[in-house]
Design a protein around this ligand. Structure first.
Ligand code: RET
Length: 231
């Protein structure tokens, strides 16, 4: 209980501080595509819902809503991460929508697998896995094909955030199987700690890479404009 309260509180604090940093970054950046707003939104939603998890584990909220808060965070923010990757690639609305829908199905079925016992549990897991594999398929085939038409700097950002996402996200179903939801090989407190670390990397790490790369690309473009003006 105490360990979980600590893990949730610290994670919430880091997410909220990161939200402030990314909001400031947005306000001060020279170019302001609307997609940049996804970055503080992703960490902001998680910051609030991790605070709910902390309050729930402290008993301040009468009921245990840890699982609900976590899946609500995931169902809102993981499609936003997918949308950001799609927008970076330059994919059209239809393709981005498909990938976001697959993602939402993955999380919704995962929630069923986590909360409903018996056969439904494994049916939920199977549906979630299928949606996950379809999402990965879209990312490495169709979305990547579109990204190949972009300038090299954008292509490399795309590949970095795509690969970070694929590698990190593959750990979640493995943990689900090992944790209290599956074969109980990992203790509950450790499970929450590992998930919080993954969530932090998948959100704050992801946002930081995007922001750092965006700054570099715009400096490069500014330099080009500058040298263009000289010629
Ligand atoms: C579940 C269980 C069932 C099978 C699969 C899962 C996948 C979950 C994923 C979650 C990603 C969360 C992220 C959060 C960021 O803060 C639901 C665990 C496939 C991929 C990136």
């Amino acid at each position: 209980m105490v360990v979980e309260l600590g893990v949730f509180s610290v994670t919430s604090a880091i997410m909220l501080v990161a939200t402030g940093v990314f909001a400031l970054w947005y306000l001060t950046s020279s170019q302001k595509p609307r997609s940049y707003l996804l970055l503080p939104a992703i960490t902001g939603i998680a910051g609030v819902l991790y605070a709910v998890m902390a309050l729930s584990s402290a008993g301040t909220i009468g009921q245990n809503v840890i699982v609900e808060a976590r899946y609500l965070d995931w169902v809102l923010t993981t499609p936003m991460i997918v949308a950001y990757i799609g927008l970076t690639a330059g994919a059209d609305k239809r393709l981005i929508g498909k990938a976001m829908a697959a993602d939402a199905v993955m999380i919704a079925a995962g929630y069923v697998a986590t909360t409903v016992p018996g056969t439904v549990r494994w049916a939920g897991f199977a549906v979630s896995m299928l949606a996950f594999v379809y999402l990965l398929y879209l990312l490495v085939t169709k979305v990547t094909t579109v990204a190949n038409d972009r300038i090299p700097a954008v292509q490399s950002t795309f590949r970095t955030i795509r690969d970070l996402t694929i590698v990190l996200w593959c750990v979640y179903p493995v943990l689900w199987l090992m944790g209290p939801t599956g074969f109980e090989l990992v203790r509950v407190a450790d499970y929450h700690f590992v998930i919080a670390s993954l969530d932090l990397t998948a959100k704050v790490g992801f946002d930081a890479i995007v922001a750092a790369r965006a700054a570099r690309v715009s400096t490069m473009l500014d330099d080009q404009t500058f040298s263009g003006a000289l010629n």
